[in-house]
Design a binder for this molecule. Structure first.
Ligand SMILES: NC(=O)c1ccc[n+]([C@@H]2O[C@H](COP(=O)([O-])OP(=O)(O)OC[C@H]3O[C@@H](n4cnc5c(N)ncnc54)[C@H](O)[C@@H]3O)[C@@H](O)[C@H]2O)c1
Length: 364
């Protein structure tokens, strides 16, 4: 059953669960804000659903609540950060903040991170840059889940790329896996007993399949747009993995302890955060005006038969968020299940039970 929640209440619950792992209040609040923002965008595969698996890394020492990321090498426009297996959402946010500071001084900031783990939706970090007047780019490598043309089995991670463009208080942003879909969408369909569309998955022999039941143990995701997604995944692997010293491809254990082998090795993801000062070539005002022209052009373009609107990337997400802040939003059953498990792991009440019961008692 899905449950209607308000963002504030969901954040408070996530913070409480993180406190139980010794995570500081500031860090827990930032992480909760990121995860709940992602949920309000409607990207439930990478919102609070991820917190249970991530927190399981703390008691076994794969993540450390007391650790803090550290800049280990630096130039005028770039830096390399050792994440020291601290809470990855915080490390990633600090890395993008550093990229933004550098871009404010020299026009561009490029910050790589290693020794870190799952940062959730790449789009959050890119939008932080856009809110500061920068073009933001965020990406990471991950353990292999995706095949490449001609191969059988998993070769590369789903290596997401996100960009965000300054556009008032609602940055334009594209936030995508370089696989046809994020792995969680297939796992979610499997849990719900649903078939998946063609073009998402191959089976253990490398043949296309619409049956998710064998994944992730066998089979592999397909790249988005065939060789094009593969090509971009390889770029991400190079920028985030090869350049930073992080683990690469099959050296990378899953960030989910249960899937990482026994005993699970440290996740050592590589992540990259870029900020480019949008006003550095013309002026901030000219950028703003030209960007507005581009946005209007996209919105006003003639519509296909049966279509009512054209969207800028990120626009659907901001509209969902506005609605969620106003009216609350529905957490899908798999997210509810994960949060129930989180409450049980943390020994805290699952606070949304009453809301669900009250909802059921209302006349329909
Ligand atoms: N951390 C990780 O290891 C990891 C790995 C893979 C994916 N992810 C995350 O998974 C999430 C989902 O990825 P996905 O590939 O399934 O995303 P998706 O295919 O659902 O695409 C979402 C993006 O496409 C845009 N979009 C969709 N329809 C549009 C339209 N009609 N017009 C304009 N723009 C449109 C959205 O605004 C959004 O930016 C992302 O947040 C990504 O960062 C994370």
């Amino acid at each position: 059953m899905s449950i209607r929640v308000f963002p504030d209440a969901l954040e408070a619950f996530a913070v409480q669960a993180m406190h139980r792992q010794g995570i500081s209040d500031d860090d827990a609040r930032l992480a909760a804000q990121i995860l709940v923002m992602t949920d309000t965008w409607g990207v439930h595969t990478h919102g609070t659903r991820q917190l249970r698996a991530l927190l399981k890394n703390f008691p076994i020492g794969r993540l450390n609540a007391q650790a803090a990321a550290e800049v280990v090498r630096e130039g005028g426009a770039w830096a390399l950060i050792d994440g020291h297996h601290a809470l990855p959402f915080v490390t990633a946010t600090r890395a993008m903040e550093l990229a933004i500071r550098k871009a404010k001084t020299v026009g561009i900031g490029y910050v790589g991170v290693m020794n870190t783990s799952h940062f959730g939706a790449a789009g959050y970090y890119a939008t932080r840059a856009a809110e500061a007047g920068m073009i933001g780019i965020a990406m990471c490598n991950a353990d292999p889940q995706m095949t490449i043309p001609g191969a059988r089995g998993k070769v590369l991670g789903t290596n997401p790329i996100a960009y965000a463009l300054p556009n008032g208080d609602k940055p334009v942003f594209l936030d995508i896996a370089t696989s046809a879909v994020a792995a969680n969408k297939v796992i979610r369909a499997k849990l719900l007993g649903q078939m998946i569309p063609e073009g998402w998955l191959t089976d253990a022999d490398g043949r296309p399949t619409t049956d998710p039941s064998g994944f992730p143990e066998g089979g592999a995701l397909l790249p988005m747009a065939a060789h094009k997604g593969y090509g971009f995944a390889l770029l991400v692997e190079t920028l985030a993995g090869v350049m930073t010293g992080a683990a690469m491809t099959r050296q990378q254990p899953s960030w989910v302890p249960d899937l990482a082998g026994h005993p699970p090795d440290f996740a050592n993801q590589g992540q990259v955060f870029m900020a480019i000062d949008a006003g550095m070539m013309l002026s901030p005002l000219e950028f703003e005006e030209r960007m507005r022209w581009l946005a209007d052009y996209i919105h006003e373009t003639p519509k296909a038969a049966g279509a009512e609107r054209t969207y800028l990337p990120g626009e659907m997400e901001w509209e969902r968020r506005e609605r969620a802040l106003r009216e609350g939003f529905d957490l899908p059953p798999d997210v509810v299940e994960s949060l129930r498990g989180l409450a049980s792991d943390a020994g805290i009440p699952f606070p949304f039970e009453e809301a669900a019961a009250a909802d059921r008692s209302q006349p329909q």
